[in-house]
Design a binder for this molecule. Sequence first.
Ligand SMILES: C[S@@+](CC[C@H](N)C(=O)[O-])C[C@H]1O[C@@H](n2cnc3c(N)ncnc32)[C@H](O)[C@@H]1O
Length: 259
Amino acid sequence: MTEHHSHTDRPGPHARAASVSAPDTAADTGQVSESGRVPGSVEEWENRYSGAEAVWSGRPNVALVDVVTDLDLTPGRSLDVGSGEGADVIWLAGGGWQAAGIALSPTAIARSRAAAESAGADADFAAADLVDWATADDHRGAYDLVTGCFLHTRLPDTRADLMRHLGELVSPGGTLILISHATVPPWAGGEASEHEGAGHEHHGLDGDFGTPEEDFALLTDSGGGPWELVLAETRNRPVTGPDGTESELEDGILVARKV
Ligand SMILES: C[S@@+](CC[C@H](N)C(=O)[O-])C[C@H]1O[C@@H](n2cnc3c(N)ncnc32)[C@H](O)[C@@H]1O
């Protein structure tokens, strides 16, 4: 995951944040419950967040900041899906957005609220599942901007479902920005393990992340459009691995506008 990880420019204790968040086993293997959902989602994310003081860097994702800044959108209502510890939402709120974020872990949401308060940001957070959120009548088509960074695990069971639900949230004329892993972190490829603390001993990355163009095709096929492709590309960013090694990660960036 994330490498947020993106916060990739950050060495130090959060290098791991910049590191690895990888698709995990249940999602990779397609093990799903009878309801069609990956089991243990909330619990596993909660364990991950509650097992560390901070999982991510506390900084907004570099690619997201760059893209939002370049687009120069008129601030309106925004939703960050899988908002982690809230850094992207807080950054958007600071830019005048009526910003909200959802994530599965109550600990992550509590942390996000505390971070917003200490930053003096007016942002809303909810511990909620994308699937439930997107199917609520008052959320459908309600957001001028929907963002999602490194949504590779514990989301809807297929990428097509993920794209459909993200798209459902966007208002006509609104924008969807998706930042994803394009390549596996060099230190976490293949069978590599991730050692991030409680509950995260083994998250092998298989590198099957898809491309922004493929995500856009799923979005247009989902029936909620039409959609205009604004940007689909990959960008490299520097990152410091868990052992301090400097390297680069490739992010896939998709920007689409609901026509
Ligand atoms: C890899 S983390 C990325 C966090 C943040 N976007 C970032 O870049 O730092 C993925 C986040 O997605 C959230 N998540 C996973 N599945 C979700 C779902 N179905 N609904 C809402 N959030 C979900 C998790 O709680 C986690 O915080």
